[in-house]
Ligand binder design. Structure first.
Ligand code: NAD
Length: 490
């Protein structure tokens, strides 16, 4: 269900990046519209919470089946609004559906009321812990994976018992509306999951609308603005921002697999992936063989077939700027180079010997550009991998010490001997550190992110002497301190 349109509502169009054709026209929802949507959601949130884990599991299961039935149609909207190949859109939907299933199935076990030990001092108490829903949660999403990314918040927030108001990117509003419409067919007449469409102002309004939490996914610059706006009302935030993810190739790596992972991780979705591979650090002794394989694979790619145009037209200039900066500082172009990004359908670019102070190394690229730099050893690879303000994901190719290298990386997620696999494992939390944000979607942490822990201590029987009372005799403290000395003082 979309927020109601007022008579004089202004609208905006979403366009197909491949053709420039209009895909859809959507209301530019105002602060009043957003406020009305939040007000409608309050009752629905209570109704949804009252369904309990079993009721929500059943309804989310019905929604999951409806999404699978409508997979091709929804993938069509994703492809039209982002410009990505239809199969890439399908892949994103398959992964999102798997997450929805996991969240609905595991919510009761992760969040349901459970007893915890009450400890020696409070042995007369029964202690229980419940993770209760927050109420109405606002989700602000990006355009690059317009289903998979916001569903990491939407599915987990719904499974935890919250109502959701989703503000999709202004580039992919039709995807958001299609998602909410499919949910409304399952949960008719209850605005448990609503969409508000619009630009930054609509997102600002959602931050100020009194929701219980904002789950934001987008650029680091916008994440800071979202946090500042939410600070006005002390609205908690979950911030999923950009990355500059490294891939490390060790001396014993399977070089074919590593090269394949580097090229797919760096160039699928035209490089517009928050956890895409942007920097490769390859150990010197295998660098020539590895780089030759990367070059062959990147040259074989056909822009327009394996990946689409830049979804955001202005992004091509950003990519070109990074290429020019790197070349000016002494980098060598192995595939593509100057002029590769002077159009919306950017060509694959592989640069090597790129100075570490080039913007191609220091800033998020979000284009099909791979930096491949050789390093003397894994220690140096780890040092450079960590030498960035971002800390989202990473990839390691190493037969003998993959997990050991992974443990030394300052980031939220690592794939060893494959690429971006962590995103497809629903039980694994997803999120970053530093400029990549904080908080987690997916997994048990992702469910708890949309709840408030409530601790209850219920007295089972009264002790002969109450510790928490003004009637406590002075001698009791002596006994207690003596007990602590025996238990914890040695
Ligand atoms: P963006 O920051 O431009 O916009 C994200 C969303 O925020 C949009 O819906 C936009 O309308 C809204 N918005 C803009 N200004 C706002 C404001 N002041 N207050 C509230 N909302 C506002 O990002 P984008 O270009 O849509 O997405 C690309 C970025 O997202 C990249 O940096 C990418 O790395 C990141 N991303 C991160 C993840 C992750 O999980 N960490 C996943 C996907 C994308």
């Amino acid at each position: 269900m979309t927020a109601t349109q007022t008579p004089a509502q202004s609208t905006f169009e979403s366009l197909d990046p491949r053709t420039g054709e209009v895909v859809g026209t959507h209301p530019d929802h105002t602060a009043a519209d957003v406020g009305a949507a939040v007000a409608r959601a309050a009752d629905a949130a209570q109704w949804w919470a009252d369904q309990g884990f079993d009721g929500r599991h059943r309804l989310l299961g019905e929604w999951r089946r409806a999404l699978v039935r409508g997979l091709d149609d929804l993938a069509g909207v994703v492809a039209a609004e982002t410009g990505k190949p239809l199969d890439d859109a399908r892949l994103e939907l398959v992964l999102a559906v798997d997450h929805l299933d996991w969240a609905a199935k595991h919510a009761a076990k992760v969040l349901g009321t459970r007893s915890v030990p009450s400890g020696l001092l409070m042995a007369n108490q029964a202690a229980t812990l419940t993770y209760a829903p927050l109420g109405v949660v606002g989700v602000i999403g990006p355009w690059n994976y317009p289903v998979f990314t916001p569903m990491g918040s939407i599915a987990y927030a719904l499974a935890a018992g919250n109502a959701v108001i989703f503000k999709p990117s202004e580039l992919t509003p039709g995807v958001g509306v299609a998602l909410a419409d499919s949910f409304a067919e399952i949960v008719a007449g209850r605005p448990v999951f609503q969409v508000v469409t619009g630009h930054a102002e609509t997102g600002v309004a959602l931050c100020r609308a009194g929701v219980a939490k904002i789950a934001f996914t987008g650029s680091t610059a916008t994440g800071k603005r979202v946090m500042a706006t939410c600070a006005e009302t002390l609205t908690p935030v979950l911030i999923e921002c950009g990355g500059k993810d490294p891939l490390i190739v060790d001396v014993d790596a399977d070089l074919d697999a590593a090269a394949d992972a580097a090229v797919w991780g760096g160039m699928s979705n035209a490089g517009q992936t928050c956890v895409g591979v942007e920097r490769v650090y390859v150990v010197d002794t295998v660098a020539d063989a590895f780089t030759a394989k990367v070059v062959a694979k990147a040259r074989a790619l056909e822009p327009g077939r394996e990946f689409g145009p830049m979804t955001m037209e202005s992004q091509a200039a950003v990519v070109q700027g990074q290429i020019d900066d790197a070349l000016a500082k002494g980098a060598r172009a192995l595939v593509g180079g100057a002029g590769s990004a002077d159009r919306r359908l950017v060509e694959p670019v592989v640069l090597t010997d790129v100075p570490e102070d080039s913007t191609a190394v220091t800033e998020e690229t979000f284009g099909p550009l791979l930096v491949v730099n050789r390093v003397p050893d894994v220690d140096e690879a780890v040092r450079r991998a960590n030498a960035t303000g971002y800390g989202l994901g990473a990839t390691v190719f190493s037969k003998a010490r993959g997990t050991e290298i992974a443990a030394r990386l300052r980031c939220g997620m690592v794939s060893v001997n494959s690429v971006i696999s962590f995103a497809g494992i629903p039980a694994l939390p997803f999120g970053g550190v530093g400029d990549s944000g904080f908080g987690r979607i997916h997994g048990e942490d992702g469910l708890r992110e949309f709840t408030r822990p409530q601790a209850v201590a219920r007295q089972r029987f009264a002790l002969p002497i109450a510790i928490t009372s003004f009637t406590r005799p002075a001698a009791v403290m002596k006994v207690l301190v003596g007990l602590m000395r025996v238990l914890h003082g040695r």
